[in-house]
Design a binder for this molecule. Structure first.
Ligand code: BGC
Length: 766
């Protein structure tokens, strides 16, 4: 900690009531100050893709009194860039604005996984994959914190739906917790050390995240080394006397003194150790120390420059899903374009709820297209449909749209989800576009065979019913305040699209793994699909998808060659760069731009584990690189695969285990477009799973030490030498699954409970 506070002296000077007051907020956005001893306060503000700084007279999720700020692409868009540098730069821009607004902490990024496309806040989340979410979350935290402003990694954890979000228990087994739902958080905490982590509203396996010592202390701090402050989501604390000792440090927002009174009473009655308050205050002081500028801040943010950057950023996020007959980019030969759809004129560029930014300005695609084409090009516009507007006359709008499209050489149809369809606070019930928009699409597609659809949506929409009727589909997401200009840049070819899907577009909602259990009932949601969400599910069952995870087209093409996989040299093994003798692997390949224009490729590294008794996804993303190449240019991409990349969580071993075997290493352009693949033998030492009284005969024999101990005991058993049993495959197949304690009679009483306790004791011996 810096020099600003003499922490121990302060703790000695604070009264119990003052201490209790410090661990909850002041008003909606401030930490509490104690002027008597010189503890100042800081202001925090949403959110993940731009600031929502409200005066203390707040309306929580509205725009009232929120200071104008640059609205960058929302998380589902940003993640589609697959670009760490870009996300870091967006973070830096948000950090600069935050600093200029004297904010101490930006409440983001949100990195919860997209378990279902229905989650109302998917637009605020990055991906269905923890590596992608974790890497981009790390970049965002680095970017913001690099400007001297804190972040709040949220919502920790397993907050994958809005339905009943303040009470629901996400009931998840430990493997999916570790391998999916916690993995992204772990990555960001280890790699970027966010100053704060925001615990979620929900319960996890019955325990509120805000008062779960396993989550907030054992895992977050003891295992991952988090040294910052845990803040509650706004209103997430059910019982402050449980939250504080569990590891929560700051309850937000203010409870008007109620929590402080409860905490004082708990300390006075002996129910709560005052040391828990001291610990939280130490962390609060550390946060203040980090967040308060050394000198009075006179920073300024350049909103014009940020707007221009927001356009560049949004263009990187656009995913070209389909482009038949190279209908895009719009050729200079096209002299008459019909632009249809209200979203072209009235863009939908962000979602609703606590992340809603009051933008400094907003670009629309129609204006940007008109500005981008030559004087000799005519652009005709028709609204086509109303957005959340019951008074719109659908028949008239549709007729006008068809008329315009039938005279044009090319039609661009802007479709999307109306604002009421997706928001914080509630989930969607389906993934379809509104019927009136689909009617326009159908009618327009009858009169033109050069039709490009541009989508504006925060969470995926089904395309299966209609994408065969159109020549191109451009997924523009919610691209922030400059998203309209960015879409125009991609349509006109000023920018070559390089976004890739950070989530699968399923054929039907019914095809998604959580379909039958989302969003649960009676305050519980059971994550019965376990490890198999998103592409892990679709690829495992080889089910059809509309567009796979990682997919995205470019106006150029790329070739992949020369895959090599080699252990990283043994010399580095001695310095701890191997684990338990297993070398890390270096994976490399050459990527070449084989087309006529410059472009960017996202090279994705997938690992497939050997088929063992442990259920594993067919393949999982482990790393990725975005490379920019001129026509004809090549580059070498290099990745490092480490033990953790090959491992799975074992509840039996209570840790990560690496099972030896043949692993598949593949590089590709999506989870279903693997361009290069090879296999590698990994000869890991056998895992020594702990043995106990219910371990089976087979488990004893698998155990490197237990095996010897057991064979020795059988050899000298009271009933004579029974060790031949361990060499008789047929009997072993029969008896292997018997817990040793139940084998007693089958082995003629030779192995009873006492014998097993004796064996277990021998295992303990050094
Ligand atoms: C949201 C958080 C947000 C907080 C403060 C909560 O309702 O879940 O994401 O940071 O409000 O606005």
């Amino acid at each position: 900690m810096g020099e600003r506070f003499d922490v121990e002296t302060l703790l000695g000077a604070l009264t119990l009531a003052e201490k209790a007051s410090l661990v909850s907020g002041s008003g909606f956005w401030w930490t509490r100050r104690v002027e008597r001893v010189g503890i100042p306060s800081i202001m925090v503000s949403d959110g993940p893709h731009g600031l929502r700084k409200q005066a203390d007279r707040h309306d929580h999720v509205g725009l009232g009194q929120s200071v104008p700020a640059t609205c960058f692409p929302t998380a589902s868009a940003l993640a589609s860039s697959w670009d760490r540098d870009l996300v870091r730069a967006v973070g830096a821009a948000i950090g600069t604005e935050a600093r200029a607004q004297d904010l101490g902490v930006v409440l983001g990024p949100g990195i919860n996984l997209k378990r279902s496309p229905l989650c109302g806040r998917n637009f605020e989340y990055l991906s269905e994959d923890p590596v992608l979410a974790g890497e981009l979350g790390t970049a965002m935290v680095d970017g913001i914190q690099g400007q001297g402003v804190g972040t709040s990694l949220k919502h920790f954890a397993v907050n994958n739906q809005e339905h009943d979000r303040l009470r629901v228990s996400a009931d998840v087994d430990e493997r999916p917790l570790r391998e999916l739902y916690l993995a992204g958080f772990e990555r960001v905490v280890r790699d970027a050390q966010p100053w704060t982590v925001m615990c979620s509203y929900n319960r996890i396996n019955g325990v509120y995240a805000s008062q779960d010592p396993w989550l907030l202390t054992e895992v977050l701090r003891d295992e991952w080394g988090f040294d910052g402050l845990v803040v509650s989501d706004w209103g997430a604390v059910d019982d402050p006397t449980k939250a504080l000792p569990a590891g929560l440090d700051l309850e937000m927002p203010s409870t008007g003194g109620a929590s402080a009174r409860t905490l004082v009473a708990a300390v006075e009655s002996g129910a709560l150790d005052e040391a828990a308050l001291d610990t939280a205050i130490r962390r609060l002081l550390q946060l203040l120390d980090r967040a308060l500028p050394g000198v009075e801040s006179d920073d300024e943010a350049s909103y014009d420059a940020h707007h221009a950057f927001a356009r560049t950023a949004a263009a990187e996020c656009v995913v070209l899903l389909k482009n038949d007959r190279e209908v895009l980019p719009i050729s200079p030969d096209v002299k008459h374009i019909a632009v249809i759809g209200e979203f072209a004129r009235t863009p939908r560029f962000q979602g609703a709820g606590s992340s809603k930014v009051n933008p400094t300005r907003v670009d629309d695609a129609l204006t940007a297209l008109r500005a981008g084409v030559g004087d000799d090009v005519t652009i005709d516009f028709a609204a086509g449909f109303g957005v959340d507007d019951p008074t719109a006359d659908a028949a008239v709008l549709l007729r006008e749209a068809v008329g315009k499209a039938s005279f044009a050489h090319l039609t661009v149809l802007f479709l999307g989800l109306p604002p009421s369809y997706e928001s914080e606070g509630y989930d969607r019930t389906h993934i379809d576009l509104p019927a009136d928009q689909l009617a326009v699409l159908e009618a327009v597609s009858e009169v033109t065979d050069r039709l490009a659809v541009v989508l504006a949506n925060g969470s995926v929409v089904a395309v299966d019913e209609w994408h065969d009727r159109v020549q191109a589909v451009v997924e523009g997401w919610l691209g922030g305040q400059a998203g309209g200009g960015a879409v125009a840049d991609v349509l006109l070819g000023t920018v070559n699209p390089s976004g890739r899907l950070a989530e699968t577009i399923p054929v039907r909602l019914q095809d998604t793994a959580s379909f039958l259990s989302f969003p649960g009932e009676d305050r519980h949601v059971r994550y019965g699909e376990g490890l198999f969400i998103g592409y892990r599910h679709h690829d495992a069952i080889e089910g059809p998808v509309s567009y796979p995870f990682g997919h995205g087209l470019s106006y150029t093409t790329f070739a992949y060659e020369d895959l090599t996989v080699a252990p990283i040299d043994a010399a580095r093994a001695a310095d701890g760069s191997t684990w338990r003798g297993v070398p890390r692997l270096e994976v490399s390949a050459t990527v070449t731009n084989t087309g006529a224009v410059a472009g960017k490729e996202v090279v994705q590294l997938y690992v497939g584990a050997p088929r063992t008794e442990t259920a594993r996804p067919i393949r999982e993303l482990k790393d990725f690189a975005k490379v920019s190449l001129e026509p004809g240019e090549s580059t070498t991409v290099v990745f490092v695969v480490d033990e953790r990349d090959l491992s799975s969580w074992s509840t039996r071993a209570d840790g990560w285990v690496l099972e030896p075997g043949t692993f598949e290493i593949a590089l590709g352009a999506s989870s279903r477009d693997l361009r290069l693949m090879t296999t590698v033998e990994v000869a890991a030492p056998p895992v020594a799973y702990p043995l106990d009284r219910s371990s089976t005969l087979a488990e004893w024999l698998e155990h490197p030490v237990g095996h010897e101990v057991l064979v020795d005991a059988l050899r000298h058993s009271r009933g004579g030498d029974l060790s031949s049993l361990t060499e008789d495959p047929e009997r072993l197949r029969m008896l292997g699954s018997f817990p040793m304690t139940r084998l007693g009679t089958l082995l003629g009483g030779a192995v009873d409970g006492d014998v097993i306790d004796g064996l277990l004791a021998r295992l303990e011996q050094p």
